[in-house]
Design a binder for this molecule. Structure first.
Ligand SMILES: Nc1ncnc2c1ncn2[C@@H]1O[C@H](COP(=O)(O)OP(=O)(O)OP(=O)(O)O)[C@@H](O)[C@H]1O
Ligand SMILES: [Mg+2]
Length: 780
């Protein structure tokens, strides 16, 4: 088989048809685990390899950052395999580890880094970094390319400040959270504040409209955008500026979208504009050397609360096809084999989803035989449920050496369910809560990022206020109020007052010295933005601002933990610099703001995954526990009287079941304490809808014989780590780095376990690297 096509051999004929389709629109619809994401990934490789498409001309939208990363890794592997054949006439896996790393790095540098693969938010944030200055806002607001991205909690606090402090709105009547949600909804429909009032001419409509108006004004004043703006502003920009749209239309000749069923109207509009250049008559569309390729499954549409609309998927052929009679087969491919789940698991999922009326029937055939029995476990209460999970995991890992901790997922309907499960696992099973304790939500990380954001964008007053007195440096609220008032009166950003010594001397009273010192530090590091690597700037500013010192002085475990997290942020910056073409501070900050629930900094270590069903979309695990199957919890009580919402809950259950590859456990409790109150519970109606003959309702054997310590993968990781760190590095050592190529060690910083290296890479300059983390190979 030729090197060009051998990777296509691991696809079935329908997948191949989808992958090989070259120009024009194509929709791939299929049930869970049928290889949609695989087809999309291989298509990218195929376009580059066999149609010589330039990687820069490919735009691929994934649902999470993690999915984007996995997709890039897959493609890198395909190209490294090909290079191995070309250069060595060998299979990649047979080459030395050093050669493999070298080939992968070469594939990365020549192809992967040019691809536009990411979530809607990250891709369009990147586009805005080029073009936001061309955007003409209806209200006259302006943003510059160093804009800050406010994450959900920044947005929440801004709405709260505006509603309760500035507009004096009663937070009992109008909860700031629900106001924020309404604003987000409005933006997702492309509405301006005044449109909200037209659509909802009530008192509530007026309140939302007013808060929205002020919220947007303050975002603009801070040169900041929220997540919704990252989608909304490009849509408006494309609609108003033909040449900007034309440019990106030319750039993205091949557009691919995964999980298309969860696209909302405004995201759809963006994709449509990019693909068609705004041409509305589909007969005039010219598909020469360009394509739009979307994959999805209407049965897995679970984001209607974020305005996702699966009729967008159903309308795809109408929207992009040429309307000819044989349109159907030319613009749609169906996949019918499931490669993920055991036959009994698949049958359970298929039976459940047939209870939905609003759906198009489809075929999903198993390719894998029956697996282990599916149990449905009845626990006395939530604590017993958690114990059951704990014991089963220990038992299964003990009986099956191939199952590492990473093979298990525990899926629940709401985040609050995780606490009890965490407590049960805590003592002897490593786990992570995906989407719970987000790294970037921790206080110290947000503080550190606020410092960096301020350096990058001094107009970001939210960040400035966050850290001006953190750690405490004697700048009190009264002083601040005076400075803020001055900035409001002069209509300039707060930083302009604070950075001007003369103004400070006049306004800051006893805190004058403190404010001036603070401003000095910020200015000093602003001046070195271009010259110092991000991690050095971070370290410098944390030291000079006394932030680190302050934590050290606290001496508590918690403070120690925070210091460790700050170190982890250093690693994140270094890793970012290594992995990205755009390694600027701006780029890093955008990335940090977008770091989604599904990202975990320490992915190497195997852990049991705890997450909501919503976060589990697109993923797969050998063993899945689907817990809390109780009426009112799942399906959620808000959906019980609403047939449409209930069907979405059922789709969510379908998503959960179809994550399992080998084994599935369903659990419910007879009594549950949740959100503080204890209630008797009724089994979920979904349980009654499952095929009884495929489910065992008795308890599986429980007690494990002994406790498993680490997985084989863990052992390997630890070994690798200690090898690297125990090495005695010396100035003058030559190294090979996956992304930067060959370089020279110029400094060895620190010692033992804390060694860092300064490495000079010809043409790239000096990088500070941690040899335990960086993909670094000694060359001698
Ligand atoms: N032709 C194939 N042969 C063997 N395995 C395959 C094939 N296609 C896909 N797979 C495997 O099947 C599993 C499911 O594939 P994939 O994740 O692409 O499905 P999907 O349709 O995207 O699922 P979901 O709807 O859950 O997103 C993966 O482990 C994938 O590697
Ligand atoms: Mg998928």
């Amino acid at each position: 088989m030729s090197v060009e096509t051998d990777f296509l051999a691991s696809l079935n004929s329908s997948q191949r048809q989808a992958v090989q389709h070259f120009c024009g629109p194509l929709l791939v619809v299929a049930g869970a685990g049928s290889g949609k994401t695989r087809a999309l990934t291989y298509r990218i490789a195929h376009l580059i390899l066999n149609h010589k498409v330039n990687p820069e001309n490919i735009l691929a939208v994934t649902f999470t950052n993690k999915a984007a990363k996995e997709m890039k890794e897959r493609i890198e592997l395909i190209f490294s395999r090909r290079l191995a054949q070309e250069k060595h006439g060998q299979r990649l896996e047979l080459l030395s580890e050093y050669e493999q790393t070298k080939l992968r790095s070469s594939a990365y540098r020549s192809i992967i880094k040019y691809l536009w693969i990411g979530t809607f938010h990250s891709l369009f944030a990147r586009i805005l970094r080029y073009d936001i200055n061309k955007y003409q806002d209806k209200k006259g607001y302006e943003w510059t390319k160093s804009f800050t991205i406010y994450d959900e909690s920044d947005a929440q606090s801004l709405v709260k400040k505006i509603a309760t402090k500035e507009l004096n709105i009663d937070d009992k009547k109008f909860n700031p959270r629900s106001l924020r949600y309404s604003i987000s909804n409005a933006k997702n429909q492309g509405l301006y504040p005044e449109d909200v009032l037209t659509q909802q001419p009530t008192y509530r409509g007026r309140v939302i409209s007013e808060v929205y108006q002020e919220y947007q004004a303050q975002l603009a004043a801070n040169n900041a955008l929220d997540f919704d703006d990252l989608i909304l502003i490009p849509t408006r920009l494309f609609a108003q500026n033909e040449s900007v749209l034309g440019y990106w239309h030319q750039q993205f000749k091949h557009i691919l979208v995964d999980e298309y069923q969860d696209t909302n109207r405004i995201q759809y509009q963006l994709i449509n504009l990019l693909a068609t250049n705004g041409e509305t008559n589909r007969k005039n569309l010219n598909w020469e050397n360009r394509s739009i390729f979307v994959v999805g499954d209407a049965d897995q549409s679970i984001y209607s609360f974020r305005m996702a609309d699966f009729t967008i998927l159903l309308d795809f052929q109408e929207d992009f096809g040429d309307g000819l009679p044989d349109d159907d087969t030319r613009t749609m491919v169906k996949l019918e084999e499931n490669y993920r789940s055991r036959e009994n698991i698949l049958e359970v999922a298929n039976t459940l989803i047939e209870n939905n009326t609003e759906r198009i029937d489809k075929i999903l055939k198993p390719t894998r035989g029956y697996g282990e029995e599916i149990y449905c476990y009845k626990a006395d209460n939530e604590i017993e449920e958690a114990k059951f999970i704990h014991n089963q995991i220990l038992k299964l890992t003990q009986e099956n050496p191939e199952l590492g901790w990473g093979s298990f997922a525990i899926l629940y309907r709401t985040n609050a369910q995780s606490r009890v499960i965490e407590e049960a696992l805590l003592s002897d099973i490593p786990y992570h809560v995906v989407g719970g304790l987000k790294f970037y939500d921790r206080k110290e990380i947000k503080d550190a990022l606020a410092y960096l954001r301020l350096l990058n964008n001094p107009n970001d007053t939210v960040s400035l206020l966050r850290i001006i007195n953190t750690p405490r440096r004697g700048i009190g609220q009264k002083t601040l109020d005076q400075l803020i008032t001055a900035s409001q009166e002069l209509n300039v950003p707060l930083w302009e007052i604070i950075s001007d010594e003369t103004s400070v001397n006049t306004l800051a009273g006893r805190a004058t010295k403190a404010v001036n010192e603070f401003a000095q530090i910020i200015k000093k590091y602003q001046a070195s933005l271009e010259t110092l690597p991000g991690a050095e700037i971070l370290d410098g500013i944390l030291d000079e601002s006394n932030y680190r010192e302050d934590l050290k002085n606290q001496g508590t475990d918690e403070a120690e933990n925070r210091l460790e997290n700050l170190k982890e942020l250093d690693s994140a910056m270094m890793q970012f610099a290594e992995e990205n073409e755009d390694s600027s501070l701006e780029g890093f900050l955008a990335n940090a703001a977008l770091a989604s629930d599904l990202d975990n900094l320490n992915e190497e270590e195997e852990k049991v995954s705890l997450m909501t069903l919503h976060s589990a979309k697109g993923l797969e695990f050998p063993v899945v526990f689907l817990v809390g199957l109780e009426q009112g919890l799942f399906p959620n009580h808000r959906t019980l009287n609403d047939p449409t919402a209930l069907e979405e809950e059922r789709r969510l259950c379908y998503v959960g079941i179809t994550r399992a590859q080998e084994q599935l456990f369903l659990c419910y409790a007879q009594e549950r304490r949740l959100w503080g109150s204890r209630e008797p519970a009724i089994p979920s109606q979904f349980i009654a809808e499952l095929p009884k003959d495929l489910i065992n309702f008795s308890s599986p054997p429980l007690q494990p014989r002994r406790q498993k310590k680490t997985t084989s993968k863990n052992n390997k990781e630890t070994k690798k780590t200690s090898d690297q760190s125990s090495r005695n590095w010396e100035v003058g050592d030559r190294v090979f780095h996956k992304t930067f190529g060959e370089g020279n060690v110029t400094h060895v910083l620190g010692s033992g376990n804390k060694t860092n290296l300064a490495v000079e890479f010809p043409g790239l300059g000096r990088k500070i690297l941690d040899p335990r983390i960086a993909p670094l190979q000694p060359l001698s």
